[in-house]
Design a protein around this ligand. Structure first.
Ligand code: SF4
Length: 319
């Protein structure tokens, strides 16, 4: 299966919106508020909407407050919803759809909701999931690997360095000895002796720090490439590093090159949705309105697809 999200413009305008400094939810919480506004209030705690991020949007629409003011893709900003598709890569059939707020956390979170749903409804459990880097965060990769779904997803890794010094990827992980090995063959360890303090070790976010010995680094000929401004080099290991490594190992396989081509099938469905079916802007408001329109459009796309895949029924012969 493959997953992706696309922005669809909401039926909302900036003229009818409030900047975040003036926004006050309590002022709109009345029984006679429009349906889209009541839906917005109902979804404030949902992972796909209000709970997706604590960051307040720059503007909030009065007519459709659940839509997200977004300037994604470096274009002009507008109010939008995200249309999330989970597709079967063999035939390009959409197996699930979900409307979310246009925030990366909400889009990525919809992956879990859709994979759980297709398993419960259709008994479908993909062997692998293909997606772009936005889905390659540690927790997402960990969730997939735990469910035995191979992540054909580029790892979202911010550990790269721009100053030319060696980054974490240049250090080899030695799982057996719980250590990193630097390019000079020296060990970076979390502990070098036994501590009785149980608070030592990974932080509450599961991040562990591995350090080289100061004496070794001071005498190292590669210090300028490694840690020019520190006494000794340290490397952090995130909680889901094992799952990230699974994704990195998959990225080196031939199958991954095939998967990256298959990912284009979702993008083509979004292009078809906007250019051929003309769903560039929603007509309905609120999370339910967006969900209904996305579901109907995906159904139309699936019917077209299935008509091509399934052979036409035979005409009964005249007796
Ligand atoms: S500076 Fe230290 S960690 Fe870096 S390559 Fe040299 S010995 Fe290894």
């Amino acid at each position: 299966m493959a997953i992706d999200a696309s922005l669809i413009e909401a039926d909302a305008n900036k003229q009818n919106s409030t900047p975040k400094v003036d926004w006050d939810v309590s002022q709109i919480a009345s029984a006679d508020a429009p349906r889209a506004v009541r839906e917005y209030l109902d979804t404030l705690d949902e992972a796909a909407f209000g709970a997706a991020s604590e960051v307040q949007p720059k503007f909030t629409s009065h007519s459709d407050p659940a839509s997200q003011w977004t300037a994604a893709r470096k274009g002009p900003a507008f109010f939008s919803y995200s249309d999330n598709y989970l597709i079967d890569t063999d035939h390009g059939v959409i197996v699930d759809v979900e409307a979310t707020r246009s925030i990366r956390q909400a889009e990525v979170g919809s992956t879990k909701a859709m994979l759980d749903r297709v398993k419960a409804r259709f008994g479908l459990h993909p062997e692998r999931l293909i997606a772009d880097t936005a889905y390659g965060t540690g927790p997402m990769l960990g969730w997939l690997v735990e469910r035995k779904i191979a992540p054909h997803i580029p790892v979202f890794d911010k550990s790269g360095r721009s100053d030319g010094t060696w980054s974490r990827a240049d250090f080899e992980w030695d799982a057996e000895n719980d250590q990193y090995v630097c390019p000079e063959g020296q060990a970076l360890k979390q502990f070098r002796r036994n501590y009785s303090d149980p608070n030592r070790g990974p932080t509450s976010e599961g991040r562990a720090k591995y350090r080289a010995l100061k004496l070794t680094c001071q005498a190292c000929p590669s210090k300028q490439h490694c840690c020019p401004n520190a006494d000794a080099r340290s490397v952090t290991r995130e909680e889901h590093e094992d799952a990230r490594q699974v994704a990195r190992d998959i990225a080196r396989t031939e199958q991954d090159a095939v998967s990256m081509k298959q990912r284009k099938k979702v993008e083509m469905l979004f292009a078809h949705l906007k250019r051929i079916l003309g769903l560039g802007r929603l007509r309905l408001r609120g999370p339910c309105g967006a969900n209904d329109e996305f579901l109907l459009a995906a159904t139309a796309q699936n019917l077209r697809k299935l008509a091509k895949i399934l052979p036409a029924p035979q005409e009964p012969r005249n007796a």
